[in-house]
Design a protein around this ligand. Sequence first.
Ligand SMILES: Nc1ncnc2c1ncn2[C@@H]1O[C@H](COP(=O)(O)OP(=O)(O)OP(=O)(O)O)[C@@H](O)[C@H]1O
Length: 575
Amino acid sequence: MVAQDARRFLRSRVRPLAALALWSLLESAHTFLGGYGVARALDDGFLAGRAATGAAWLAAAGVGALLGGFALRGVFAGLADLVEPLRDGLVRRAVRQALAAAVADPAKAADARAVSRLTQQTEMARDSFAGLVLTARSFVFTAVGALVGMAALAPVLLLVVLPPLLLGLAAFLATLRPMAAVQRESLDTEEALASRVGEAAGALRDITACGGGAAVAARVEPLIAAQERLAGRLAGWGAVRTVALGLAGRAPVVALLAATPWLLGRGITAGALAGAVTYLVQSLLPALDTLMAALGSAGTRLLVVLERFCTPPAPAPPRPTTGPAVGDGPAGAAAELRGVTFAYGPHAHPVLQGLDLRVRPGEHLAVVGPSGIGKSTLTALLAGLLTPDRGVVLVAGAPARPAAGGGPDPRRTLLPQQAYVFTASVRDNLTHLCPGPVSGARLDAAVAALRLGDLITRLGGYDAVLDPLRLSQGERQLLALGAAHLSPAPLLLLDEATCHLDPEAEEHAERALAARPGTLVVVAHRISSAARADRVLVLDGTRAVCGTHDELPARSALYRDLVGMWGEEQPVAPA
Ligand SMILES: Nc1ncnc2c1ncn2[C@@H]1O[C@H](COP(=O)(O)OP(=O)(O)OP(=O)(O)O)[C@@H](O)[C@H]1O
């Protein structure tokens, strides 16, 4: 995959590659002149007693160095044409992958990996690629310049220098593939180890409480052992690579020195020998060392980053579902859960699992179930205060999310058991969920609907300032219910928001809120509250059943028990 993409990219960048090659060719002239100038300066100049000629050849080598500098400037300019498009392409790919993931699962929070890909990883790929191109190109053209120079001085020099150089390079190239495989395996093991240790770290308290230390250690230790073994293998390959490099870089110098008497006997001049040593020590060795360092660090980084980009993201795991949506109805639901699974923590038992639910516009739905079964969790998910681990929660067709800016959400109002009342006028307490001013007539209508008149008179009228500490729990709940009635949100979620009212006041409040335009979801505190609703959702472990109060006893043993055990006026969920 990476190789295929790399080939396609390089084919699309023929012009910048050709420009780089031309500049590099000019740079190799500098290498050529470096050794050749030294040889000629000795043979034709200083050793022949012609100092001026010697100095002229040295000057020519100096001009070669200037030419090399000029060529390097061109190389850097051409490099940008090759490297920047790579970065742009990777950025495009990262954006496409992030968008595809967001479209596939709109409720999921933004993937942090996408941000890392867009910023750090694309920069890393660009820098590594630039470093590799620079060093690989420099090595190739330096080698060409040096070998052509030696051939120009005396072809027999190549006979001595080339075999150890080629042997060393072949050995080095042979290490690339197995070393990359070990490196990849090592990275995979490292990631697996990090994720397993991360899992364990998130559940240390539970592991200790359950005495699960040995079991966790048994899962982690094989990975640590594998990592240690792979680190050893990597070090072994690193040693082979160093030997190969030593062979390619140093052995030609040793061979040349060892063959000097033989070469002198064949008429090779001292100048040619000095030129050859200059090529090896001044040009080839540094280029080889830089290439090795670059391949070892930037090469590995580039390979890993490109693999991350080129491997298509894993498809989202299939959504677990408990069958057809509870409360199926026509499209355009007021609120909807699709395959929702939620747990309080990565290792906690899910409170809801694969729950499908559709609440119709204008419907009055009651949610019942034993204490701790997940009723509040369900309302918090509908309110967008919690995000499902899997699946989607939609309110009026859009993912449920907390309101931007922290203000009241125009799509839903959630009243918890602890009513929110604050030190301000009665009017402010009743209208704080409304975006604009509320007319006196609307205020009066809501107060009448909820029968709050007596309470407000007792408190001193709409403009009296409230002291929340002097209100009873029931009075606070009544004021909060008044605010909910006035709120324009089409979805009203009551999470035991009437638990401090007597059954009669509760019935009146619920009927008033159900009569208000919009949809009402009530976590029922009494069976009478469920009996009033259009439908009842019975939460039973990770199972859920939805139906009318009349049909549910036949369909849900739990509902039958709830009705039978507590009677019509008793709490559904005992505290
Ligand atoms: N913030 C939290 N962190 C961890 N676990 C939680 C948290 N909130 C609730 N739980 C657990 O999740 C489960 C469901 O809780 P939830 O409050 O949704 O149940 P409930 O049916 O509303 O209960 P009740 O009728 O008592 O209010 C319970 O086991 C509870 O202990």
